[in-house]
Every structure is written in C-alpha cells, then in structure tokens.
Design a binder for this molecule. Structure first.
Ligand SMILES: Cc1ncc(COP(=O)(O)O)c(C=O)c1O
Length: 473
C-alpha cells in the first residue's frame, strides 16, 4: 500500500482537508491587523443560554471555593501542603492539587465511571456529558472561539507532538523553515525538529537577550517566505519571562507563518485569551495548573485543525470505516483516538473552576509579592546569581539561579535536607543552558499558595549553602 505523503491518505481513504500544502490565501488575510477574525457561529458560542447558566451554577453550588482572604484557609484545601509541612517550591514542574479536584475525580470513578461516547446507558451518557463540560470549561478559560478547538491530550508534550506531526504533514515541504526559540523546553523544540527532518525542512533558532527577552525585531528579522511555522514559548520555564505573543502573531501572519505557542507555564499564572493573542496553537498541561497528571490541552484554530490530518488513529476518531475507506470524525474527536481520559478531564475542569474562583488578579498579586520577596533576598546573598531580569514582575514566580562554586544538585540536596523542594538540572532546556554558558541551574518556582514564611525559610537555607559546602564568609 502506498502512503500519499502530500494528501496524507492511504488509497481509498477520504481526505477531508485540502490536499494543497499551502495555507489558503484567505486564512492570513482574515488574520491581518484590523480585520477581525470571524469565527463560525456555533451554538455553544451564542450568548449564554439557560442551560449553560444552570450548568455553571450547579458546579458553583457543589463546592464553593473561598477567595484568597486568608492564605491559611486556602492552603488547608491542599492536603499535601497541609499534611506534610513541606516547603514546596517546584510548582513549575507540577502543582499540588486541591481537595475539590481530588473529590471530583473520586466522584467520577465512584459514581459514573463508564466509557464516554460508547454506551447508550445513563452513566455512559453522564460520563460523556462531564467530559464535554470539561472541554467547555477549558474553552471558556482560555477564550477559545469554540469548544471544538480544544483537543484533550496527555500533556503539553503530547499536544506539541500532535501539532508538529499533523501540521508538518499538512504543510511542510523540502526547503521550508521552522523558527524555534532557543529558550524552548525540549517539548516545544524536538517535535518540530523531527517534523523538519521528516519533510526535508530546516530549523532555525531565535535567540533572546540576556534577560530572556525576545524582541519583535528579532522575530521580524528572522522571518522570510520560507518560514512556515514559528514555535515560541508564552512563558519561559527558566526566565519566567512572558513573550508578547500578540505582536508575534501579527508579525508571523503578515509573513504567512503560523505561530505555535507553548502555554505550559503561562496558562497557570496569567490570564490567557487565545483569540486576543491570535496564536494558531497553544499547548498546556493540566498538572501544572492544579489539575491531575495525564491530561493536557492543544488549542488550535478551527480552520487549521479541520484541515490537519490525525496524529493517532483508532477508535472514536472516525465517522465511518470500510475495508478500504476511512472518513474521519469532525474536530475535536478526529484528534482523540481511543478511550478518552474522562476522570482527569473532570479534575482539570474543577481546577479551572478553583482558579477562576480565586481570580487571576488575586493569584498574580500574591505570586508577584512572593517573587519580589524571594528575588530581593536572593540578590542580597553573596555568590547567588538569578538568571534573567532583575525585576520581580518579569519572573512570574520562576527564579532560576546559580550558586557560585556549588553544583545545583548539592543546592537541591541541602534544600531537601531542610524540607524544601526545588528543582536542579537543565529543566529540559539544554540548548538554552548551552546558550547561556551554564551546564545546569537550580530553580525555585512559586505558586499563590506559598507563604512569606516559606520564602524566608528558603532564603535562610540558601544563604547557608556556600558555607555548608566549605566556602568561608
Ligand atoms: C515551558 C514548558 N513546556 C512544556 C513542558 C512539558 O510539560 P509536560 O511534561 O507536562 O508535557 C514543560 C514542563 O515542565 C514546560 O515547563
């Protein structure tokens, strides 16, 4: 059997997308500044109807969440934080989970676990409804135009692999180029490199200034007609810096380039509106935003997802299969092959609700204040150098640092011996560490549920590290 790499189909298979590997000419004209992006009207997007209001009220009534008035009241809702006494400062790796998330998942398994989409009996329908409700919650959270633009995956890594594979199949040709920032987590670098390799394209790297900032000019200068895709993080997991994706998207679209963004660190910490940003894709993980491990999201613009071929194949992603013909299901199901992860989707929706309830203003205010306290304290410790900007508001809780003469693993081990969890190593950003000329670093990452006392404890132990390693003074 011969695989048609251009049309991405097997003989007899129906291809619903456009066999031409170029983006349709009206795609970018619709994106140009001044021309509002017209989303197709879909029932879910119409003004909130009675059913939608009832659904949200039902969720609110089930488990009301207090505002951040008293941080100790908030912390009490995180069983691991409440029970362990651990100073948890590895929130960029994964966050702790509030009781309501754990309960929602337990409730799913105890009371309505069944295979979603597959059963014609009530709990299967309930599971399907909860899964699709979760999709709507995530869609509202990032302001997608339509819930079908939300694909559930395992994590940000799988989301980015999906985007790179499928987009590569759709549009890459020999001689094309992909721009990737050198500050990317490996998850938003390697999938593009592999896609480039498969299609005879080339990867070029964008470099930041020493504070981790990518300017619009850097991007503009790197673009040329050959560049079909740019892959850039929204918030760096090393610098904590937020890139101006809205400007980047405008610049990319004027060049006929798609922008795929990594939102793994941004979505948990800043309000994200994908329509306002104008990005074509955004990937993130549930577990970094108070949700469970095992569920991630790929947001993609409807017109692109509709034309992209599937990444994985099997059950539930088809409309019809015969011996020699496959008709794919519509999005999002075309990209969700096999039994879906309903319990974790339910947990993620609960995490979204928790965050919405607290509100980004309150969460960001706390995170910035804690970051300022930590950063100012770190600046005052001899031999400690924080990577990136000197301003707390640029870090969004991410403080990556080196301690002169001390290996990051030793820093982390000393911290651990004092009940403080930080991360040490290259943080899945080896090319960035090579660019910075540092083999590895230590990272403390803050979440709104951390306390001033925890920051002070971290600073106290950090100030003792060099002495404990045998340095004087
Ligand atoms: C910026 C960034 N992108 C992607 C990822 C990958 O996330 P996951 O391992 O959940 O797929 C991470 C994880 O640390 C990250 O920090």
């Amino acid at each position: 059997m011969v695989y048609d790499a251009v049309r991405c189909v097997l003989p007899g298979e129906e291809f619903r997308g456009n066999a031409d590997k170029s983006i349709p000419s009206d795609y970018f004209s619709a994106m140009l500044p001044g021309s509002a992006v017209k989303a197709e009207p879909v029932p879910d997007q119409l003004p909130e109807n009675g059913g939608e209001r009832k659904r949200k009220k039902k969720m609110r009534d089930r488990n009301p969440i207090p505002q951040i008035k008293d941080i100790h009241e908030i912390r009490a809702q995180f069983p691991l934080l409440a029970a362990s006494g651990l100073v948890y400062l590895d929130n960029s790796a994964t966050t702790q989970k509030p009781e309501c998330v754990l309960k929602a998942m337990e409730d799913y398994y105890r009371n309505y676990n069944a295979n979603p989409f597959r059963g014609l009996y009530s709990i299967s329908e309930q599971a399907t409804e909860a899964y699709e409700d979760a999709r709507r919650s995530v869609s509202d959270f990032i302001h997608a135009a339509d819930p079908s633009e939300i694909i559930f995956t395992r994590n940000a890594t799988e989301s980015l692999n999906l985007a790179a594979y499928s987009l590569g199949e759709l549009l890459l040709k020999p001689g094309d180029e992909i721009l990737v920032s050198i500050a990317e987590h490996h998850s938003n670098m390697l999938p593009w490199r592999l896609a480039a390799k498969r299609h005879g394209a080339t990867v070029r790297y964008l470099e930041p200034d020493e504070e981790g900032l990518f300017s619009a000019e850097t991007l503009e200068n790197a673009l040329c007609p050959k560049v079909k895709i740019a892959a850039v993080t929204h918030m760096s997991n090393i610098f904590g810096r937020v890139n101006d994706l809205k400007t980047f998207a405008e610049i990319c679209h004027e060049n006929g380039t798609l922008l795929a963004a990594d939102g793994a660190q941004s979505v948990p910490h800043i309000p994200v509106d994908v329509q306002d940003l104008g990005v074509d894709f955004l990937a993130f993980s549930g577990h970094k935003m108070l949700g469970p491990m095992g569920i991630g999201v790929l947001y993609g613009k409807r017109e692109l997802l509709t034309r992209m071929p599937p990444f994985l194949s099997g059950g539930e992603m088809i409309d019809m299969v015969t011996r020699d013909r496959i008709v794919y299901a519509d999005i999002p199901h075309k990209f969700e092959a096999g039994t879906v992860n309903a319990a974790d989707a339910v947990g993620l929706a609960e995490a979204v609700r928790f965050m919405e309830n607290l509100g980004f203003d309150a969460m960001q205010e706390r995170e910035e204040a804690l970051t300022r306290r930590a950063l100012e304290g770190m600046k005052a410790i001899r031999g400690v150098r924080v990577i990136g900007s000197g301003k707390a508001r640029d870090h969004h809780g991410i403080l990556t640092f080196v301690v002169e003469g001390v290996h990051p693993h030793d820093v982390a081990a000393i911290m651990d011996s004092e009940g403080i969890a930080v991360r040490a190593g290259h943080h899945c950003a080896q090319p960035l560490h090579a660019f910075l000329g540092i083999p590895s670093t230590t990272r403390a990452s803050i979440m709104f549920y951390n306390t001033e006392e925890e920051i002070d404890r971290f600073l106290e132990v950090l100030s003792s590290v060099r002495r404990r390693m045998g340095y004087g003074g």
